[in-house]
Write a protein that binds this ligand. Structure first.
Ligand SMILES: C[S@@+](CC[C@H](N)C(=O)[O-])C[C@H]1O[C@@H](n2cnc3c(N)ncnc32)[C@H](O)[C@@H]1O
Length: 244
């Protein structure tokens, strides 16, 4: 099994056209200002949004491979730090802290999530804003047939071939951890390498408790990046918070 977060070229190829979160993040950043801290910043997919606005940007990520790509792209203008979002100490506070694209789900236990939110609270300015965006647990996805391969992406170009990701998942309904395995299909041929990652599912009522216990008051809940409010039909949970 290969950790997907050691393969930045593949990750970037998969997400080369992924931009549906950019408008909302840009709108908020314009309004809130900097300095900005992104947790689980990856290969810096969103970094240029802040640099283009002239905002000071710091990104934290666990993966040295991803950070090396981020540094090559933006290292002269932004700061990237290798660290764990559950426990970081930067001796600095930020006006805008965010963790997007489901990365909060890499906190696999309540303890991890609480530590992560506490570290965020410690680094948020008194008049600062925190945003977290994750998808809502979806039973039709979590309880799919075990071992069966489902398409996880549409077609994308990688190393000159038309590719897509096929995935299986195994959801543990006691721990609420979903174990995902990805395989690359290249020009229609399924490769043998298996890439894996795990995501803990958080229900909206659990997010309410975790955020409020960490001293973060929810100002706005959205159900999508188009800004629509969160309801039972929404696929996403997006929380905009301030310090209590
Ligand atoms: C879905 S990717 C998102 C990357 C980037 N934010 C984006 O929007 O493209 C998740 C990221 O979380 C990082 N990650 C996973 N666990 C982490 C942890 N405990 N602390 C910091 N980063 C972590 C991975 O290395 C990966 O870059």
């Amino acid at each position: 099994m290969i950790d997907i977060y050691t393969k930045p070229k593949l990750y970037d190829a998969i997400h080369q056209n992924y931009s549906w979160d950019k408008d909302l993040i840009t709108l908020l950043a314009k309004d809130i200002g900097g300095p900005v801290l992104e947790l689980a910043a990856g290969t810096g997919r969103l970094t240029s949004l802040f640099l283009d606005l002239g905002l000071e940007y710091t990104g934290i990520d666990l993966s040295s491979e991803f950070l090396s790509v981020a540094n090559k792209k933006y290292g002269n203008h932004a700061t990237f730090i290798q660290g764990d979002m559950c426990q970081f100490e930067l001796k600095k506070q930020f006006k805008f802290i965010f963790i997007g694209f489901n990365s909060f789900l890499h906190n696999l236990t309540d303890d991890d999530a609480r530590q992560c939110l506490q570290s965020i609270q410690n680094h948020l300015m008194n008049d600062g804003t925190f945003l977290v965006s994750i998808f809502k647990p979806d039973p039709s996805f979590l309880y799919r047939e075990k071992g069966k391969l489902y398409p996880a992406t549409s077609l994308f170009d990688f190393e000159g071939k038309q590719c897509r990701i096929m995935e299986t998942n195994d959801f543990n309904d006691e721990t609420h951890v979903n174990h995902l395995t990805w395989r690359l299909e290249r020009d229609g041929n399924l490769e043998t390498e298996e890439y894996q990652f795990k995501m803990r599912m958080f229900y909206p009522h659990v997010m309410d408790i975790l955020l409020s216990d960490s001293g973060l008051r929810i100002k706005e809940k959205m159900g999508d990046y188009d800004g629509s409010p969160m309801d039972e039909e929404s696929g996403m949970q997006i929380y905009v918070c301030e310090k209590t």
